[in-house]
Design a protein around this ligand. Structure first.
Ligand code: BG6
Length: 482
């Protein structure tokens, strides 16, 4: 039952920002390419008192605003909007759910729910769905973050969900898992012979993961200030990247095998000591040539929330003993960039030394965004007769995924994840044990901050974070890949 294609998709928060920017444009793209059934009913719900027509008008405006020009097609937009309907609902009151159920009518063809809501509405929403008979065997639920803000609150939400939806019908979203290059990481590791034999403490010196952004608060004042970079980005996206980079080869490409391997990594993360983590908060500065104000000014009050984190992490198992994972993320940094850098070890002996040849160790750069490429830096000899000595240089072996697959339609993460939700394909969704292992590690870091009264250090907007983040790697003789 759980993996049959649903005939109805119910979107909570349908008038919100995520819906306008991501969900509706993604569903439209799937509609255009015939990937969702033409008769899939997409019902939106939120507090606003809209009727179907007003919701379609709102969706039409969102598409006009957020779709790339090349994707706009009036006929297809019109046929897509016909798939939409709307039912207002105040999710804090249980009574409204009966009207929602009545409006939905027969859901025996299967229903997928996409729930993105304020944390305080989670439990009432789940209870409301259950009480109205909207949580039966044919219904699965996709959960968008934030799913709690520590282990205890995440467990409370997961318990409330589990009361109505068993784990195999619960699809926790981490949109990084829907990104093309993130999945390509698995292809790179497990569809090629040459990397895996070196992918361990014998071959790798350290790993860096950077998810840097140039944007600041973007109007999310309340949410962000209560959350901070550690919980907004490290707890989910960065730890999922760590898990995919560090996991053992799963026996098969399926939900259980992959998630089993990821959770082992997450459980092997060593608690971080106070000198292995740097907190930062952006000050005023310039990003992309524009001057921007400080976090406190953006927020309108002083705050001790971090907008930047750098961590030296360790995965305590055989494969990764002694290999640091340097992680960093932040807002208002110099560039928007997500990447994983694998720094291989130096060759055991430099045979070129006496001829002046200097070697750099190989480095594999997996750029997830904004560009999508895999670049292997290898040593080559500079052409010439070498009378004055032999010059060796690092040259890139480039695999541009955008160029190699130029004909393939690029899909944003939510297209894939919404389709997988409707199809009941759970591989790219996060299992409860993964989320709990993630929170356990994050809670310990927050406790360290509290115990040692560690406050965020200021960094200039447009920089790469506080100088302490540079010192974090430099004291190990490592430079960030800036
Ligand atoms: C979200 C965070 O999960 O991810 C945001 O809440 C962040 O703060 C965003 O900006 C980054 O996503 P992406 O896909 O733009 O890298």
């Amino acid at each position: 039952m759980a993996n049959a294609q649903s005939r109805t998709l119910l979107l909570f928060g349908a008038t919100g920002d995520l819906s306008k920017r991501m969900l509706l444009p993604s569903l439209y793209a799937l509609h255009c390419d015939g990937l969702i059934a033409a008769d899939l009913r997409i019902m939106g719900t939120a507090r606003s008192e809209l009727d179907d027509e007003a919701f379609r008008a709102m969706a039409g405006e969102a598409l006009a605003h957020f779709l790339p020009e090349a994707r706009k097609d009036d006929e297809k937009i019109a046929s897509f909007l016909k798939q939409l309907s709307y039912q207002p609902l105040d999710a804090s009151k249980i009574e409204g759910f009966a009207a929602l159920a009545e409006r939905l009518g027969d859901i025996s063809g299967g229903m997928s729910i996409f729930l993105s809501t304020a944390p305080f509405l989670f439990t009432p929403t789940i209870q409301g769905l259950k009480s109205a008979g909207l949580a039966g065997e044919m219904v699965r639920i996709g959960l968008e973050k934030p799913l709690g803000n520590d282990l205890a609150s995440s467990c409370a939400i997961n318990d409330a969900v589990a009361h109505a939806f068993p784990e195999d019908r619960t699809f926790r979203i981490d949109h990084y898992l829907g990104k093309e290059t993130v999945q390509n990481l698995m292809a790179l590791r497990f569809a090629n012979m040459m990397f895996e034999p070196l992918w361990n403490a014998n071959g790798i010196e350290h790993i860096q993961i950077t998810v840097s952004e140039t944007v600041g608060l973007e109007g999310r004042h309340g949410f962000y200030d209560d959350t901070g970079a550690l919980r907004d980005m490290v707890q989910n996206h960065i730890l999922q990247l760590v898990a995919l980079t560090a996991m053992e080869p799963p026996a098969e490409f399926d939900a259980t095998s992959i998630r089993d391997e990821k959770v082992k990594v997450l459980r092997s993360l060593r608690p971080v000591s106070p000198n292995e983590v740097v907190r930062g908060q952006y000050g005023a500065g310039a990003v992309g040539g524009n001057s921007v104000s400080s976090y406190a000014d953006d927020l309108g009050k002083p705050s001790d929330t971090e907008t930047f984190v750098a961590i030296k992490a360790h995965v305590d198992n055989w494969r990764w003993q002694g290999v640091p994972f340097y992680l960093r993320t932040g807002k208002r940094l110099a560039e928007r960039r997500s990447e994983i850098v694998i720094q291989f070890k130096q060759v055991p002996h430099n045979i070129f030394a006496q001829r002046g040849g200097r070697l750099s160790a190989n480095r594999l750069v997996i750029r997830l965004q904004p560009e999508e490429y895999v670049r292997l830096l290898v040593m080559a000899k500079e052409p010439g007769l070498d009378r004055g000595g032999l010059i060796l240089r690092e040259v890139p072996l480039d695999l541009s995924l955008t160029a190699a697959f130029s004909k393939a339609q690029r899909r944003i993460a939510y297209e894939r994840l919404l389709l997988d939700l409707v199809d009941g394909e759970p591989t790219l969704f996060v299992r409860r044990d993964e989320v709990e292992a993630q929170w356990r590690w994050i809670d310990a870091i927050r406790k360290t901050w509290a115990d040692h009264a560690i406050e965020p250090k200021s960094y200039g907007s447009g920089s790469w974070g506080p100088s302490a983040a540079i010192a974090l790697t430099e004291r190990d003789g490592v430079s960030w890949n800036d």
